[in-house]
Ligand binder design. Structure first.
Ligand SMILES: Cc1ncc(COP(=O)(O)O)c(C=O)c1O
Length: 361
């Protein structure tokens, strides 16, 4: 018997991500605790203190609330949108998959301006749709909105994924630029991934745009609130889109612990601002120090940025031997760039020292 998966996914490979690889660390004789991780673009501080208290009050013997009711109500008050416009997800990644499952299928093309987060293409492939990469004609790594608008007008794809601010570049598009994309979308769904929006120094609010029937905003709470291990995110969109996504959403998709932690995190009104103040200082410190060492950096409006190196793979491996992890951007199509996310200032000092030492060898 030859049992084969659907042809669309037969050769599908998982998208590489930053973060620790247990097997690799073991082979290098390192434990996860010994590694300073600059490869994941998350808040380096512990989650809001109330999160731990909330975790102690959770009953894990019952099913989670399938609708994440309390969490959505809490978000609703915070964002000023109705709970009916919100779907909770087990991380933004689950929501991206649900969107593809609900809206994209065989014969559809979905536009993906690159370089960007690898999960969009994976989600399209799983759904059976074709992800069409778009690199800027100017060979710059920033999305050129005029080119994206032109592509949408010409080809009317079924969907378009835009990551704002973009991973891995940190480039942030304006409200006018996103509106220009939406204006070009007739029967095209715009998926606006704002996983890193909390880290943008001067952000604009996209929420009003969800009055349009062809926009879905995806946000993550794993990065800003430091809840990566719990998996939590949400989508905001027109009620009809949320209703559609619910049809394909597994029951109990957000576990009870994540729901409670999310509520506790949202209720801490000072946390993000306090963390961001420190992250901003650390980022500026890193940028200045790396420039002083002669590196060329791409301007970024968020907590991470790209650094030009000779070989990202070698740069990463050499640093990892010293217990420091950066993101090799080869999988983004950028083999001579690493992505570095700001951590605390003392951690950043260690990174700069390690790079300085590496360059002296
Ligand atoms: C742009 C972008 N969107 C979404 C995600 C996934 O977020 P989550 O951890 O909430 O699944 C990531 C994580 O790397 C990301 O970089």
């Amino acid at each position: 018997m030859s049992l084969r998966p659907r042809p669309e996914i037969e050769n599908l490979e998982p998208s590489p991500h930053g973060g620790l690889n247990q097997a690799e660390l073991k082979a290098m004789g390192l434990t996860p605790e010994e590694v300073l991780d600059f490869s994941v673009c998350a808040n380096p501080f512990p989650p809001p203190p109330e999160v731990n208290k909330a975790l102690e009050s959770v009953s894990v013997n019952r099913h989670p609330d399938s609708e994440s009711t309390e969490f959505r109500e809490c978000l609703s008050r915070k964002l000023g949108v109705s709970p009916d416009n919100i779907l909770a997800g087990s991380g933004a990644t689950e929501l991206i998959r649900l969107i593809a499952l609900a809206y994209f299928g065989a014969g559809d093309s979905v536009l993906v301006p690159e370089p960007t987060f690898g999960e969009y293409k994976v989600a399209c492939r799983i759904a059976g749709a074709e992800a069409v990469s778009q690199w800027s004609e100017e060979n710059s790594f920033n999305i050129k909105i005029a080119e994206t608008v032109e592509q949408i007008k010409q080809n009317q794809p079924r969907g378009v994924f835009i990551c704002n601010p973009n991973n891995p570049t940190g480039h942030y598009l304006s409200g006018q630029e996103i509106e220009a994309v939406l204006d070009a979308c007739e029967d095209t769904l715009l998926v606006l991934d704002e996983a890193y929006i909390s880290f943008v120094e001067e952000s604009w609010s996209s929420l009003d745009l969800t009055e349009r029937a062809n926009l879905v905003i995806v946000r993550s709470m794993t990065k800003d609130y430091a809840l990566a291990g719990l998996r939590l995110g949400y989508a905001v969109a027109d009620k009809e889109i949320i209703r559609t996504l619910r049809r394909v959403c597994p029951p109990w998709n957000v576990n009870t612990v994540a729901q409670k932690a999310g509520i506790a995190a949202l209720n801490d009104t000072d946390y993000l601002e306090q963390c961001n103040r420190e992250i901003k200082k650390a980022k500026h410190f890193l940028v200045d120090e790396l420039k002083r060492l002669g590196f060329s950096l791409l301007p970024s409006e968020t907590n991470f940025f790209l650094v030009k190196v000779t070989s990202a793979k070698d740069f990463r491996t050499t640093l990892l031997k010293q217990g420091i992890l950066v993101r090799d951007c080869t999988s983004f199509g950028l083999p001579d760039y690493v992505r570095i996310a700001a951590r605390t200032i003392p951690d950043c000092v260690k990174l700069v020292d390690a790079i300085r030492e590496m360059r002296c060898q």
